[in-house]
Design a protein. Structure first.
Length: 179
């Protein structure tokens, strides 16, 4: 019976990743206003996308490639501010306890980079960037991507072909995209 339930759960996760994910968002489209969490698992918020903002979607907090990618965004925070960026959001399909602990680990002295928990995957799904990571991470997760948004509209988007790789979503390349 347990193996039947486990199999059914895996099938449901796989189906959810396929069904939940809409068509991938493109330049010119509006970033959907979906509830996420920041620091507090009991308080839902929506991202403030007034002005220019960076949304960095990562497959999972504490994973090796994500934990090596995000520190450069933290180090480059002032460079982004100098280019007119209001917020840098690191969004992971994890719970708020995990994203808060990850932020504390990566930036023990604090940072202006905001770590966002998309605990139900609804925000990421609304972007069309959810994929089935059940085999490695246990559930659907975010494709590795970067969106530059101006007043909620996508100006630029890049999505890694392989979510384990950091190439087009590296901070250096994103900084180069900004005017």
């Amino acid at each position: 019976m347990a193996s039947f339930i486990t199999g059914a759960a895996r099938a449901a996760h796989s189906a959810a990743a396929t069904i939940l994910s809409a068509a991938q968002i493109t330049a010119g489209e509006e970033v959907p206003a979906k509830s996420v969490k920041e620091d507090d698992p009991d308080k839902s918020v929506t991202l403030d996308l007034t002005g220019k903002n960076i949304i960095l979607g990562v497959p999972g907090a504490f994973t090796p490639s994500c934990s090596s990618q995000v520190p450069q965004y933290i180090a480059d925070y002032d460079k982004y501010k100098a280019k007119g960026v209001n917020n840098i959001y690191v969004v992971a399909v994890n719970d708020a306890f995990v994203t808060k602990a990850w932020k504390e680990k990566l930036a023990p002295q604090g940072t202006g980079v905001r770590f966002i928990a998309d605990d139900k995957g609804e925000f990421t799904s609304g972007l069309g960037l959810l994929f089935d990571a059940t085999g490695l991470l246990g559930s659907p997760r975010s494709k590795r991507h970067v969106i530059v948004a101006q007043d909620s509209k996508v100006e630029y988007i890049t999505v890694e072909d392989d979510p384990a790789m950091v190439t087009t979503t590296a901070s250096k390349g994103v900084l180069a995209q900004l005017a």
